[in-house]
Write a protein that binds this ligand. Structure first.
Ligand code: OXD
Length: 316
C-alpha cells in the first residue's frame, strides 16, 4: 500500500504521474472522472479537483481524506459547510495563471482598441473598409485586486507604455505599478482609467462589487476587462452600462452563469468580446498545476509548512 493515495478528477499523462512520484516516491496516483470517483474514494488521502467540480457528496463519503487541492485558482464549489467545519486542508493552484491570463488580457485590450471585432466582421463579408484604430500607449490601466495575475498584467502593461494603477487590500511596494489604492478608494481609481482589469477572487466581499455606481465612475471611453469571476460583477448593470454608453466596451471571459445563456444580450453587442472562460488555458497549464501540486505534496509528506492554503472562512 502506498503511504499516500491521491485521486485526481482529471486525466493525467504518464509524465504527470512521474512528476508526483519523483517528488514523493511512495504515492499512489489514480485519475478518473467524478462519476467513477466513488470507486476509489474510500482509500483516498488527497483529492485533486477543479474548483468548479461539485465534490460535496464525494467528500462526505471519504473517510480518510485530509487534503483537497484545486487545479484552478477558484475554489467556489470546494467550499461548503462540512469542509469549512472540518480540519481538511484546502489548497489551490494560484501562481500558475499569470502568463496565459495576462496574455489573454492584452489580447482583449488590443483587439478592442484595434477594432478587430469589426474588422473580422468585415472580413467575413469580404468588405475592404479602413477604420481608425486606437493606441494603448500612454493610456492608463487600473488593475482591481493586484495579486500574482495582476502583477503579470502590470509588468506587460509597463512594457507597452501604459500608466499602471492598482487596488490591493494590503499595501505593498510594486515595481510595475505607478500608484496603489486601497479598496475603499477604488471608484477614485476607476475614474482615471482607460482600461479596468478585474483580477479579484470571488468572496463575500467582492461579490457584485461592480454595479452601476462603479460603471458610472468610469470614463465613457473606458474598456472593462473581466478575467476573474463573473459574479464579481452585477451582470445586468454591466449590460446596462454598455447599452447606455457609460463605458466604451468590454472584454469578458467570465460570467455570472456559465455557459453564458444563448439569449443573453451581451452576445450581440458590437463593443463586447466574449471568450468562454479560457483565459488561463494553455498547453502548459496541467504541467504547471501538477508541478505545483507535487511541490506542495513534498511539504505535506515531510510535515513542512504548505503553500496556497485557502482560508475556508474567507474563501481565498
Ligand atoms: C481558475 C480559472 O480559477 O481558470 O483557475 O478561472
Amino acid at each position: 500500500m502506498p503511504a499516500l493515495n491521491v485521486l485526481f478528477l482529471n486525466p493525467l499523462a504518464e509524465r504527470h504521474i512521474q512528476t508526483i512520484t519523483t517528488m514523493v516516491p511512495d504515492t499512489g496516483v489514480t485519475s478518473c472522472d467524478l462519476a467513477h470517483a466513488p470507486e476509489y474514494i474510500e482509500n483516498t488521502d488527497i483529492l485533486v479537483a477543479w474548483g468548479f467540480a461539485d465534490i460535496r457528496r464525494l467528500y462526505l463519503a471519504a473517510p480518510k481524506l485530509k487534503w483537497v487541492h484545486a487545479l484552478s485558482a477558484g475554489v467556489e464549489n470546494l467550499i461548503f459547510p462540512e469542509i469549512q467545519q472540518s480540519t481538511t486542508i484546502l489548497t489551490n493552484s494560484r501562481g500558475i495563471h499569470g502568463i496565459p491570463v495576462s496574455e489573454h488580457v492584452f489580447s482583449l485590450m488590443l483587439a478592442l482598441t484595434r477594432g478587430l471585432p469589426r474588422l473580422i466582421r468585415q472580413q467575413q463579408q469580404h468588405v475592404w473598409k479602413r477604420i481608425e484604430p486606437q493606441e494603448i500607449h500612454e493610456k492608463t490601466i487600473g488593475i482591481v485586486g493586484l495579486g500574482s495575475i495582476g502583477r503579470e498584467v502590470a509588468k506587460r502593461a509597463k512594457g507597452l507604455g501604459l500608466h499602471v494603477l492598482a487596488t490591493k487590500r494590503t499595501a505593498t511596494t510594486e515595481i510595475f505599478v505607478d500608484k496603489m489604492y486601497p479598496p475603499e478608494r477604488m471608484n477614485e481609481m476607476l475614474s482615471l482609467c482607460d482600461f479596468v482589469v478585474v483580477t479579484l477572487p470571488l468572496t463575500e466581499d467582492t461579490k457584485e462589487l461592480f454595479r452601476l455606481e462603479q460603471f458610472s465612475a468610469m470614463k465613457p471611453t473606458a474598456y472593462f476587462i473581466n478575467i476573474a469571476r463573473g459574479a464579481v460583477v452585477h451582470q445586468p448593470d454591466l449590460t446596462a452600462a454598455l447599452e447606455q454608453g457609460l463605458i466604451q466596451g468590454a472584454g469578458l471571459d467570465v460570467f455570472e452563469h456559465e455557459p453564458l445563456p444563448a439569449e443573453d444580450p451581451l452576445w450581440d453587442m458590437e463593443n463586447v468580446i466574449i471568450t468562454p472562460h479560457v483565459a488561463a488555458l494553455s498547453p502548459h497549464y496541467l504541467d504547471r498545476a501538477v508541478k505545483l501540486f507535487a511541490d506542495n505534496l513534498l511539504r505535506y509528506a515531510n510535515g513542512r509548512e504548505m503553500f496556497n492554503i485557502i482560508d475556508k472562512a474567507k474563501g481565498y
